[in-house]
Design a protein around this ligand. Structure first.
Ligand code: ZN
Length: 129
């Protein structure tokens, strides 16, 4: 277990950045909104986030399924937050402050929003102390 992080090539974040909406009137960023959450304008333009998300709050849910799954609230540098599922780590090993990015191959135009942890190499380290 001492490979220098060359196992899998990470997707380029610039090409997989999250698509969000920005209000042309007040500049508020939002995600999957028809109206601006601040000024209720419908004049929203589509933009692409160029930064990683940061997990704000994270929980493990067992609802409707026997398998535990992660549900997290993620904040983006553009200023909006969204609820999503985080993969790439066991559901109970996703923590607040974690950097996440849109999961490769995920469809963000509809359906479930899925992110993956950016740095999986730290996963074996003991960060619980
Ligand atoms: Zn607005």
């Amino acid at each position: 277990m001492s490979q220098p992080g060359s196992a899998t090539a990470a997707p380029v974040c610039g090409e997989t950045g999250l698509i969000y909406q920005r209000c042309r009137w007040c500049g508020t960023a939002s995600f999957r909104r028809l109206l601006c959450p601040v000024c209720a304008s419908s004049d929203l333009e589509t933009a692409r986030s160029d930064g990683d998300g940061i997990v704000v709050r994270t929980t493990v849910v067992h609802r409707y399924t026997k398998l535990a799954r992660n549900e997290s609230l993620v904040r983006f540098p553009e200023g909006f937050m969204l609820r999503c599922r985080v993969i790439g780590a066991p559901p109970h090993l996703v923590w607040a402050g974690e950097r996440v990015r849109p999961a490769a191959g995920a469809d963000f135009s509809e359906g479930e929003v899925v992110f993956e942890v950016c740095d999986t190499r730290d996963r074996e380290l003991d960060r619980w102390r």
